[in-house]
Design a protein around this ligand. Structure first.
Ligand SMILES: NC(=O)c1ccc[n+]([C@@H]2O[C@H](COP(=O)([O-])OP(=O)(O)OC[C@H]3O[C@@H](n4cnc5c(N)ncnc54)[C@H](O)[C@@H]3O)[C@@H](O)[C@H]2O)c1
Length: 295
């Protein structure tokens, strides 16, 4: 039997917004393999995530695979991936009551807090994307919307890994980061506008640069390019567009079906495990093979 054992490994999972998020499934897989979980959620969704983690009505969605118990992060931090430090936060955000209850929700502040409180970070999951103008085509996207999408969806990986490097260095067996990307960063997906396609393209080369920068510290950096899946982010693109994309991918993929979020979670567990110890700077397609099709 080949085991995946994350006992005593600290996994910082970003991007849980609800119990449909890829990050929710990834967290369950990591905990099922024994990891200690810490969440860093957008300040505006911390309360929502906490209720998904505690409500009776959501108990079933918390069940871990392989009969491993129930999803339970040790702590939920607030982190807005727009800000590297609290100096970057504009006054109107600082005074917003949804933010004001948290002392430090910057990337640096969050990573420092996790690294110190948990004694290091073995696994970092980047599952964040945002575009205010996602419903606009590439041609119609404003400079402001474009830069914001890249900042939150791509640069945040660089910022997180810069902050996390000291806490991910010297971990037994090395440390690793896994981010989520989409085919829309490589090929034209017409509705994937608002700067998101550019953000994914940037994320993909950034992950490879970061793999090279951090390899000497035995920190691996990989991405999963997931097939279309009806999460909240996907549903926000355009009414009906997400469903159409899933149906289209289903009809065209070598495996003629939609992906399941558990499949993304399992592939993430593999990439974080010693089974993937020589894999870094890689983009692993978890898309039923859709990416290989020419027509
Ligand atoms: N759903 C798909 O079809 C699909 C396919 C391929 C890749 N992905 C990628 O998977 C990742 C997760 O998306 P998902 O589909 O699970 O949707 P989701 O909406 O559940 O997750 C997106 C997360 O990003 C977070 N976020 C947005 N702005 C943020 C900010 N400023 N700071 C901190 N967090 C912020 C949201 O709170 C949310 O939790 C994204 O990178 C997405 O692009 C999704």
């Amino acid at each position: 039997m080949i085991p995946i054992d994350f006992k005593n490994k600290v996994a910082l999972v970003t991007g849980v917004g609800d119990n449909d998020s890829f990050a929710w499934y990834i967290a369950k897989a990591l905990q099922a393999a024994g990891a200690r979980l810490v969440f860093a959620c957008h300040p505006r969704v911390v309360g929502i995530v906490e209720s998904f983690l505690s409500r009776d009505a959501d108990r079933e969605s918390r069940e871990l695979p392989y009969g491993g118990g129930e999803l339970k992060p040790e702590k939920v931090f607030a982190c807005d991936a727009s800000y590297d430090t609290m100096d970057d936060v504009p006054p109107e955000v600082k005074s917003d009551r949804r933010y004001a209850k948290f002392a430090d929700y910057s990337i640096q502040g969050t990573i420092d807090a996790v690294g110190k409180e948990f004694g290091g970070i073995d696994i970092l999951i980047h599952s964040i994307a945002f575009s205010r103008e996602i419903t606009k085509s590439a041609k119609e996207t404003s400079r402001k919307g474009y830069m914001e999408a890249i900042g939150i969806s791509a640069y945040s990986l660089t910022s997180m890994l810069r902050a996390a490097e000291p806490y991910m260095t010297g971990r037994e067996g090395g440390a690793c980061a896994v981010g989520l990307t989409y085919l829309g960063g490589e090929k034209v997906v017409p509705y994937y506008g608002g700067g998101m396609s550019t953000a994914k393209a940037a994320l993909q080369i950034d992950a490879q640069q970061l793999a090279s920068n951090l390899g000497p510290k035995n920190i691996r950096v990989n991405l999963i390019s997931a097939g279309p899946y009806l999460s909240r982010a996907m549903r926000s693109i355009k009414p009906g567009e997400g469903e159409k994309t899933v149906e289209y991918a289903k009809s065209r993929s070598p495996l003629p079906r939609a992906i399941e979020p558990e499949e993304v979670a399992n592939a993430t567990a593999f990439l974080c495990s010693p089974l993937a110890s020589a894999i870094t700077g890689h983009i692993l397609y978890v898309d039923c093979g859709y990416n290989v099709m020419g027509v």
